[in-house]
Design a protein around this ligand. Structure first.
Ligand code: RP5
Length: 170
């Protein structure tokens, strides 16, 4: 396995059921990553250590997921010049998910976090791959092929629906 270029972190082990989707799509796209738990509230010094050391270890993008009072992505973004993608997680302590969406989305000027949809870890993984792929032609080609497969899937479904009737698509 080559050196990780994407760091996937989450506030709690309980976020893994969602955050694994970022890892799974990075596997599909053959992008090396690492996965760990870093809690902004329970392990603040570990968060500082992780965020400040990540670039030096070769990480190019951080995907950070958290639920409830979701401070991890924003705080990590405040500590590093690496791009940070935030995943709001609907967790056991979420009111309805909006709490973590807004915590991650509404960052102050100067400290951006690229926020994906609630529980949108798969998109976070794809976006991380696209960021790395901007300067990696081979990865860029794999992402193009991935996007092409999405197109073919929709076109095949549409054709089946049109020719075999909508019931065939249920
Ligand atoms: C957040 O609190 C975590 O990111 C998680 O989504 C949520 C609940 O954590 P646990 O109580 O399940 O550890 O900080």
């Amino acid at each position: 396995m080559s050196k990780p270029v994407v760091g996937i972190i989450m506030g709690s082990q309980s976020d893994l059921r969602i955050m694994k989707e970022a890892a799974e799509v990075l596997d599909e796209l053959k992008v090396a990553y690492e996965v760990t738990v870093v809690s902004a509230h329970r392990t603040p010094l570990r968060m500082v250590e992780y965020a400040t050391a990540a670039r030096g270890r070769g990480i190019q993008v951080i995907v950070a997921g958290a639920g409830g009072a979701a401070h991890l992505p924003g705080m990590v973004a405040s500590l590093t010049s690496l791009p940070v993608i935030g995943v709001p997680v609907k967790s056991s302590n979420s009111i309805d998910g909006w709490d973590s969406v807004l915590s991650i989305l509404q960052m102050p000027a100067g400290v951006p976090v690229a926020t994906v949809a609630l529980d949108g870890a798969r998109n976070a993984g794809i976006l991380a791959a696209q960021i790395v792929g901007a300067a990696d032609a081979a990865l860029g080609q794999r992402i193009d092929a991935f996007k092409e497969s999405l197109k073919v899937k929709v076109e095949t479904t549409a054709k089946d629906m049109e020719t075999k009737g909508w019931r065939s698509a249920l």
